[in-house]
Design a protein around this ligand. Structure first.
Ligand code: SF4
Ligand code: FES
Length: 248
């Protein structure tokens, strides 16, 4: 396949960004999108040019490290992560535009790499449970009804990639936050900190500069783990209840 790439290049956080055009003539349909960028980077290095900086780790769709906007869509045209996107999703002769996540809370560090530590700070604010250490509890000692277990598991599949923020016109982090609040709030182990968790996470979310949800739904459409939009309803319901229970 012959592919033309328009790629956002930016030397550093305060450097101006610009688009660069590259040509690749030896792309195969079975290459992943990141393998295609690896080939481009090898070509650039052979020519003495700076390779394109991008994030990746597991390359198996589980760590949430990869992420770029491909032809205007976070993670590209399929419901999957960038690392699990394959070149068979494109056609010979295509021109593909590749940009970093765009959100004030995710500043560009270099080329396609953004700083997503704002998500870590939201988790530090409340995305945890406190348990006493000791030997592992007996697996059946805390029964969890199946519907709650299923809902918690579905929400727990959020990998923290940030595509929901990149897709949202308000750059809201509410699908991500809703997934965490739903995951822990459905389980008995998450109950003791349920109300302080949601207050603290929302406070951290707003302080990081994420926007608010206006029910557009682009987040759920872009999510590679198909986190449902109704986790935001659960977040809002918990937040309303928490406001009456917890003093700031
Ligand atoms: S909710 Fe989906 S898009 Fe958002 S961070 Fe989690 S996995 Fe990524
Ligand atoms: S590199 Fe881990 S999800 Fe893509």
């Amino acid at each position: 396949m012959r592919i033309t790439l328009n790629v956002h290049r930016q030397a550093g956080p305060s450097a101006p960004g610009h688009m660069e055009t590259y040509q690749l003539d030896d792309v195969t349909p079975d290459m992943s999108f990141l393998e295609m960028l690896d080939v481009l980077n090898e070509n650039l290095q052979d020519d003495g040019q700076e390779p394109i900086a991008f994030d990746s780790d597991c390359r198996e769709g589980i760590c949430g490290t990869c992420g770029m906007v491909i032809n205007g869509q976070p993670h590209g045209p399929e419901v999957t992560t960038t690392c699990q996107l394959h070149m068979r999703s494109f056609r010979d002769g295509d021109t593909i535009t590749v940009e970093p996540w765009r959100a004030d809370a995710f500043p560009v560090l270099r080329d396609l790499v953004v700083d997503r530590t704002a998500f870590d700070r939201i988790i530090q604010a409340g995305g945890f449970i406190s348990v006493n250490t000791g030997s592992a509890p007996e697996a059946h000692s805390v029964p969890v009804p199946k519907p709650q277990a299923d809902r918690a598991f579905e929400a727990a599949t959020c990998i923290g990639c940030g595509a929901c923020v990149a897709a949202c016109p308000n750059a809201a982090g509410m699908l991500f936050m809703g997934a965490k609040v739903t995951h822990l709030g459905e389980l008995p182990q998450g109950q003791p900190e349920r109300w302080s968790r949601v207050i603290d996470m929302v406070k951290a979310h707003d302080a990081e500069g994420f926007g608010g949800c206006t029910n557009i739904g682009e987040c759920a459409a872009a999510c590679p783990k198909e986190i449902p939009l109704d986790v935001i309803s659960q977040l809002n319901a918990d937040y309303r209840k928490a406001r009456s229970k917890v003093k700031d």
